[in-house]
Design a protein around this ligand. Structure first.
Ligand code: ATP
Ligand code: MG
Length: 556
């Protein structure tokens, strides 16, 4: 059920539905166009769910295209991580992966075409001069003194730019549009600049690179994209997008639509700021479980369906908003509550010795992994010495603690027998060091024959057969609701307790699970075997999320 991507009922879906029904478009083609200069984050997940989601919904296709026009900041590690993340989220792109750099030859020819039509020129203004000529929001710009160069001169200079005859920054190619336009993007925007940089796809073939604006729409057109869906900050670029499409012999005319980007409290979603967390070693890397990256959320134990459900919950609108992180946490908890197998881990142990069992008692109790779903079962070794949680035992019975284990009272061990406490030992500090108990016979799955019922049910593991595990207890990375909107640097607001390393004793079956297996540790929380560090000999589990919402809120 949760593996089927949700059906969008948003404004983009409505536009597509209309375009299909009135025959404007035959088959919808969208694209997801990441720049490979960092890992994808939860905001990208929204864009992925939208682009792949609507394509799927209407029987179309979605391309994965790397928008790779800034070679200095991009690399193969990011490309590989992005492909991995999209697939892990449950989406498949149509055909091969595309790169904007696949189109550099075509884009170069189209730049030449613009020059030939008198629609582009080589400009030698320095960046500082260009800024002055550009004007302001309230003042028209001025024409560059190089604007009226002849077609022949422009063609010659552009060819020299390409041949590497000029230094970086010496000149640029600009579209000739309107220096007085109220839209700054139309004031003769740069379309090619000199960058003597090695490119991860094209190597050293080029020393001039097209700008984002000159690349994006034309790449859409080459790929036959029908609906080019981007975030609102590109709304002002749309007239330029359309100008290029109108002034170039492109094979089709894609249309751009904008939606509001995802912003979430207690989170930063700018790649530059995420890189800052990595570079300053605030986290261990882009995939640290505290990062809002897709690979970080994955390592934390968030499931693909929970992230897709979250994207469905927040919807797609034409305005920017701030989403409550509790919605994401809710989506994760809800999915794990429904689907995660249950198992046992004791985090704060106290030993229980069952005095009416022999020293070497060993009984394997079959315990199902889930109370409703068919998730199989495992064997839990039941022995004379056990661990239960310290909080489940009280020295004296009281109404306040009436469900607790106390001397003279009984408790049921989950999936096991009923015990009755008979006494306990304490150390000098007054801590209980050992509880003595007797096992009530014939109580496996049934109430005691004498009619004296246990007070409650507790989780437990064998003291002699459990395995010590490292528990990485994660909380929100920031302790400020809008860490990058306050006066201080966002790094000041990092939550010092975002990672606490603790120990837990897990049942032996848990040591054997494969990395990335998720569980509800009964009465403790949702945990996942760490993707990279978990082994049978040294189990490592990450806290994905607590069992209840109020706990998170208290921390926030
Ligand atoms: P950042 O600002 O984090 O660097 P970006 O927009 O530069 O992000 P790209 O790799 O260019 O990152 O983004 C690829 C696609 O994902 C774009 O279509 C972009 O609009 C979309 N996207 C990026 N951030 C968000 C967000 N927070 N919410 C929704 N969509 C987003
Ligand atoms: Mg971008």
């Amino acid at each position: 059920m949760s593996d089927v991507p949700a059906r969008g009922n948003n404004f983009v879906a409505k536009i597509i539905e209309e375009d299909l029904s009135n025959g404007k478009v035959e088959r919808v083609i969208t694209r997801f166009p990441p720049e490979p200069n960092g890992y994808l984050h939860v905001g990208h997940a929204k864009s992925i769910c939208l682009n792949f989601g609507v394509a799927q919904q209407f029987g179309g296709g979605c391309n994965l295209r790397f928008d790779d026009t800034n070679p200095e900041k991009e690399n193969q590690e990011f490309i590989d991580a992005i492909k991995d993340d999209v697939q892990w989220l449950g989406f498949n792109w149509e055909g091969e992966v595309h790169y904007a750099s696949d189109y550099f030859d075509q884009l170069f020819q189209w730049a030449v075409h613009l020059i030939e039509q008198g629609n582009a020129y080589v400009c030698d203004l320095s960046p500082e001069q260009a800024r002055q000529y550009r004007g302001t929001l309230t003042e028209a710009g001025q024409n560059s003194p190089y604007r009226d160069r002849s077609v022949e001169e422009n063609l010659e200079l552009f060819e020299k730019m390409r041949a590497g005859e000029f230094d970086e920054g010496a000149c640029v190619l600009r579209a000739k549009i309107d220096m007085a336009s109220s839209n700054m993007n139309l004031r003769d925007p740069i379309i090619y600049r000199i960058r003597k940089a090695h490119h991860h796809q094209t190597g050293d073939k080029w020393c001039i690179y097209p700008t984002y604006d000159f690349t994006h729409g034309q790449s859409d057109a080459i790929e036959g994209v029908t609906h080019s869906i981007c975030t609102l900050e590109f709304e002002d670029h749309r007239p330029l997008y359309e100008w290029f499409i109108a002034n170039l012999p492109v094979p089709c005319e894609p249309k751009q639509y904008e939606f509001g980007r995802l912003n979430m409290d207690y989170t930063v979603t700018s790649k530059r700021k995420l890189k800052g967390l990595v570079d300053n070693a605030v986290v261990t890397g882009w995939s640290d479980p505290r990062m809002p990256t897709i690979s970080g959320m994955r390592r934390r134990g968030f499931t693909p369906s929970s992230i897709r459900n979250f994207c469905e919950m927040i919807g797609v609108t034409r305005s920017d908003g701030l989403v409550d992180i509790a919605m994401l946490e809710h989506a994760v908890r809800d999915d794990l509550n429904k689907n995660a197998p249950r198992a046992m881990c004791v985090i704060n142990p106290v030993k229980v010795v069952i005095e009416n069992l022999p020293q070497d008692h060993l009984e394997q109790l079959a315990a199902p992994y889930h109370h409703e779903l068919e998730l199989g079962s495992r064997e839990m070794p039941f022995t004379r010495e056990l661990y239960i949680d310290r909080e489940d035992f009280k020295e004296e019975y009281s109404k306040k603690f009436k469900k607790k284990f106390t001397p003279g009272n009984r408790i049921r061990l989950r999936h096991s027998y009923v015990l009755e406490a008979t006494g306990f030992d304490k150390n000098e500090q007054g801590d209980v060091t050992e509880i003595r108990a007797v096992l009530i016979e014939n109580t496996l799955g049934v109430d005691p024959e004498d009619g004296i019922k246990p007070k409650g049910v507790v989780h437990w593991v064998s003291a002699t057969h459990s395995v010590e595990a490292e528990l990485r207890l994660y909380q929100r990375l920031f302790n400020h609701p809008t860490p990058d909107k306050s006066e201080d640097d966002y790094l000041v607001h990092v939550n010092p307790d975002s990672l606490v390393v603790a120990k837990g004793w897990v049942e032996p079956a848990l040591a054997q699970v494969t990395p990335e297996s998720s569980f509800q540790f009964e009465r403790e929380g949702y945990y996942v075997a760490d993707r990279y560090d978990h082994t049978a000999d040294a189990p490592v589990f990450n806290l994905t999320i607590g069992l209840r919402e109020d706990k998170e809120l208290a921390k926030g």
